[in-house]
Design a protein around this ligand. Structure first.
Ligand code: C5P
Length: 308
């Protein structure tokens, strides 16, 4: 441990939300998970996670949707700190404070992002100096989406989503996200996907060349054509009212619309930020969704913003 790391008592980390530009879901595996081929893409909605040295673990959550986030050991961020402490024989504990801007239970991996941020923060707080590979292993133990939140940018996820390889991506994409206060449970959406596909042969998932070529060249129209989510029919089956929202957004100028991850957030890909603002203003006049947020691509994953 270096002299400076020994003195650190507080670390702040910023971590982005994600949208899956493509989410191909394979058959259900023996362990209940599904093999995926998914292109994760980070967007500039950030949660901020502070960890401070303390005698006991504790957690506070403020910001967007904070009232429905658990503040106990069931929170993935708390489990991340615990996992790191027990894995590396850390004596100390920490107080975790999360400020949320990523929609809760919206299919944008907010809980996973907070867990990834906590891993990065605790590694610095406790002066462990863990390698990126070790952090990714811990992240994968916590959840399928957690490793991506460490990496950010644009990356291909395979396995159950936890095996991450960054992909070459250029350009900035502008999004309007339409939020629904009532959440969808990820296991329920996967189960509904299995139910809808019963009796059909489900191929092994593989990323489409069209999407990867489009993100490589920064071609927003190509991304709009190729973007795809195998969980969308299941999310729409569980929440049919999302369909009207998607259709209206398309009529009003979105390049394409897609359920984000396991939903219920709907992601509208837009030609520009100006178009995203215009669509938000049109949609906000109606009652098809509960809230709207604008976001654009970000190259970052979980990043330390201050340590003192
Ligand atoms: O890994 P994570 O805890 O985020 O997964 C939550 C749930 O989502 C799993 O328990 C499983 O029901 C479903 N899931 C899946 N296949 C994946 C990822 C998640 O079936 N690849």
């Amino acid at each position: 441990m270096t002299a400076s790391s020994a003195q650190i008592t507080r670390v702040s980390v910023r971590v982005p939300a994600k949208v899956n530009l493509e989410l191909c879901v394979g058959p259900r595996r023996a362990d209940g998970f599904h093999d995926l081929a998914t292109t994760f893409h980070a967007v500039d909605l950030f949660d901020e996670v502070d960890v401070t040295s303390a005698d006991e673990f504790s957690l506070t959550v403020t910001g967007l949707g904070a009232d429905v986030v658990p503040c106990d050991e069931s929170n993935l961020a708390w489990r991340a700190a615990q996992l790191m402490a027990t894995s590396y024989g850390v004596d100390g504990r920490c107080a975790i404070a999360i400020r949320k801007a990523i929609p809760v239970a919206g299919g944008m991996a907010g809980g996973s992002a907070d867990a990834a941020a906590t891993l990065v923060a605790c590694d610095a707080l406790w002066g462990l100096g863990l390698s990126r590979a070790t952090l990714e292993e811990l992240a994968a133990q916590l959840g399928s989406d957690v490793p991506f939140a460490l990496t950010g940018g644009t990356a291909l996820g395979t396995g159950r989503g936890e095996k991450i390889v960054p992909v070459l991506a250029t350009g900035t994409y502008h999004w309007l996200f339409a939020l629904t206060h009532e959440g969808l449970s990820t296991p329920a959406v996967y189960a509904e996907c299995d139910r809808l596909r019963e009796g059909h042969r489900v191929p092994e998932p593989s990323p489409s060349d069209g999407l990867l070529a489009s993100v490589r060249s920064g071609d927003v129209h190509g991304v709009a054509v190729a973007m795809h989510n195998d969980l969308e029919p299941a999310a729409l089956s569980l929440m049919p009212r999302l369909r009207a929202l998607m259709e209206f957004g398309l009529e009003m100028g979105a390049l394409n619309a897609m359920v984000s991850g396991s939903g219920p957030t709907v992601a509208f890909l837009m030609a520009s930020r100006k178009d995203a603002v215009a669509l938000r203003n049109v949609l906000a006049a109606g009652d098809l969704a509960d809230d709207y947020v604008l976001a654009a691509s970000t190259p970052h994953g979980a990043q330390i913003t201050s340590a003192s």
